[in-house]
Design a protein around this ligand. Structure first.
Ligand code: SAH
Length: 401
């Protein structure tokens, strides 16, 4: 793979500022011309319209993100040593956070833009790694990356997961499958704050588990002693099981629309010896919240962890309406003094708008809402200040009078 720049991508006048601020995505609309004929995955230099060097990145003619930037240092080439250095830096942070890996470890080792590796996400589940590639340009270096990951981390296997939509967004034709070593056991059992979770790396959602909510699940546990907890959008039981095992909750009602998710959650409840304290419901949460309210059911804690509600700026207003509906219904289910844990992973929803939504909900329901904790994603999902899209997860722990 060629690591020297094969072409220059020239910016339009007055479009260079975000890239001097080190945002890593150069959209097609910011580009005046391309000086050369780069192939997908080739190294290119980004220059101002006056020819001044800005940054160096990888080119993809088929993505709206035409160039992903990796270095702002003109003397640094994007060769294998560069990628090794970036991966090593990301891994060292996690080693510092989590210590030596064990067969029960579950954390994110590399988080794309957050770690200066736009387009690459790597998770560790015990002795296995999952790799997600969201950039076609970086994916041209897949073998190189797999080799350096296996060399550095010595996993038993590496499994490739592909997010829906990358084919359309990036022109990237890849299929899930084994990249290295042995296939992972199904389920693979990991541990989070002493709670055991069986994970299906091959068919589970995301890369198998919602690692970003790890510390928010523990934050919930602090409040739920003796509570009846509604875990809405429960997936494999993350919040509910933490509430039972670490928080001493009395009972959990866990709701998800996916049968596969509920099967995982039930198996996990079994694994932790709390199956008799969880009631599972396969249903649409939007309908269920209303139904439960009308049936007069009440909870001391409600957790709302819905999936991403918008991928586009245009959809933000509609998403906020959806959050309003959910949170409004949740308040009707909460006993006075109850706890609401409400999340959004729609990165485009600004923090103040999410809080504003909650303020409208409180007013509409005539309840007082206090935010006890405004949280983000777990420590292995750092936020890059150059790319605020990495600040996508909000989790508010609230008391509702
Ligand atoms: N709280 C979970 C992660 C939730 S991910 C954890 O800690 O691991 C979002 C979940 O919402 C998915 O499991 C998905 O199946 C479910 N889901 C999506 N739309 C839904 C709907 N309208 N009603 C119920 N569940 C839904």
């Amino acid at each position: 793979m060629n690591s020297a720049a094969t072409a220059r991508v020239v910016l339009k006048p007055r479009r260079a500022l975000p890239f001097f601020h080190r945002h890593p995505w150069v959209f097609a609309g910011a580009i005046r011309e391309i000086d050369g004929a780069p192939e997908p995955g080739d190294v290119v230099d980004l220059v101002t319209h006056q020819g001044e060097f800005v940054a160096r990145g990888l080119f993809n003619p088929d993505s709206n993100i035409r160039v992903r930037l990796y270095t702002w240092n003109e003397s640094e080439s994007l060769d294998v040593d560069f990628w090794r250095g970036r991966v090593d830096e990301a891994v060292r942070l996690r080693e510092r956070l989590f210590g030596e890996a064990t067969p029960q470890s579950a954390h994110r080792l590399v988080f794309s833009e957050s770690d200066g590796l736009s387009g690459l996400t790597v998770d560790r589940y015990g002795d296995w790694l999952t790799v997600q590639m969201t950039s076609r340009a970086l994916a041209t270096r897949r073998d190189e990356l797999v080799e350096l990951l296996s060399g550095r981390l010595r996993p038993k296997g590496i499994w490739l997961r592909t997010e829906k939509g990358v084919r359309d967004l990036e022109g990237l034709e890849i299929e899930d499958g084994l990249l290295f070593g042995e296939e992972p056991p199904r389920p693979l059992v990991v541990e989070e704050h002493g709670v055991r979770f069986g994970i299906d790396l091959v068919a589970g959602q995301k890369t198998g588990f919602y690692l970003d909510q790890r510390d928010n699940r523990l934050a919930l546990a602090r409040h739920v002693g003796g509570h009846r907890v509604l875990d809405a959008f429960c997936y494999s039981g993350g919040f509910g099981l933490n509430a039972l095992v670490n928080g001493g909750a009395k009972q959990v009602v866990a709701v998800d629309s996916s049968e596969a998710a509920l099967e995982l959650a039930a198996a996990n409840a079994e694994l932790n010896g709390v199956r008799d304290r969880v009631e599972f419901r396969k249903a649409d949460v939007f309908d269920t919240l209303t139904g439960l309210g009308e049936a007069g059911e009440r909870f001391e804690t409600v957790v709302l962890d819905p999936p991403k509600m918008t991928r586009h700026r245009k959809g933000v207003e509609k998403a906020l309406k959806g959050y309003f509906r959910l949170n409004r219904s949740a308040l009707d289910l909460l006993e006075p003094g109850g706890i609401l844990v409400t999340c959004t992973c729609s990165g485009l929803v600004p923090r103040e708008d999410f809080l504003g939504m909650l303020s409208s909900v409180a007013q509409h329901a005539d309840r007082r809402v206090q935010v006890l904790e405004a949280r983000g994603a777990a420590l292995d999902h750092p936020v890059s200040v150059a790319c605020l899209e990495t600040d996508y997860l909000q989790c508010l722990v609230c008391r509702v009078s």
